[in-house]
Design a protein around this ligand. Sequence first.
Ligand code: PGA
Length: 234
Amino acid sequence: MKIIAGNWKMNGTREKLKDMITALQNVDTENKMILCVPYTMLSIESGKASLGAQDVSTHDHGAYTGEVSAQMIAEAGAKYVIVGHSERRQYHNETNDIVRQKAEAALSAGLTPIVCVGETMDEKQAGKTMEIIESGVRESIPNDIDKAVIVAYEPRWAIGAGLTPTTEEIAEAHKLIADTLTSMGLAGTPVLYGASVKGSNASEIMSIPNVDGVLVGGASLKPDDFIPIITSVK
Ligand code: PGA
């Protein structure tokens, strides 16, 4: 069983999500299907899939205009929330410290955070990939938790770029993440790979050791692109 999560970013409509959910009803799979969609779509009945948000406030409630709390996301019907996505880190200056607070907020409302980590092109070229990944995992995941989290390794330079790391690079990153999680008492935490996943590379990526699923951006928007990813693995 793999976890296939879509990240719709700021795309789609409620109607398009309903069409996707209808299409997913006919997919014969044991894989776990998650769609992380804009807040305005979270109350839609999600059928065989589960819904997630793409960000969450660090605060419970109060004078934080424009923010949405974990409790509100859970009340709308979502089960998951992405925290620390590359675009949040890039455009909203989210640090590992902020991401950890968001993950804590999610867990306290009963949501499962999908915690994203990954290196930029500058960090990769400076030979810092492993260091960034390890500190991302250690600093973005709350300490002493007994609830489920999901980690997503997303090399930031590869997102939306049609680029993917080599199989060896993905294997090395996922091994490091699995070992780091084990040392944190979180052995068995699922680790997804994300960045330029599509139907033609999904099964190869998910056959790499320690890759427990994928987080898919562009190719999660249309059933014709998303379903082949879901059915590419058992
Ligand atoms: P992509 O995005 O699949 O379009 O590269 C992945 C992501 O941002 O989660």
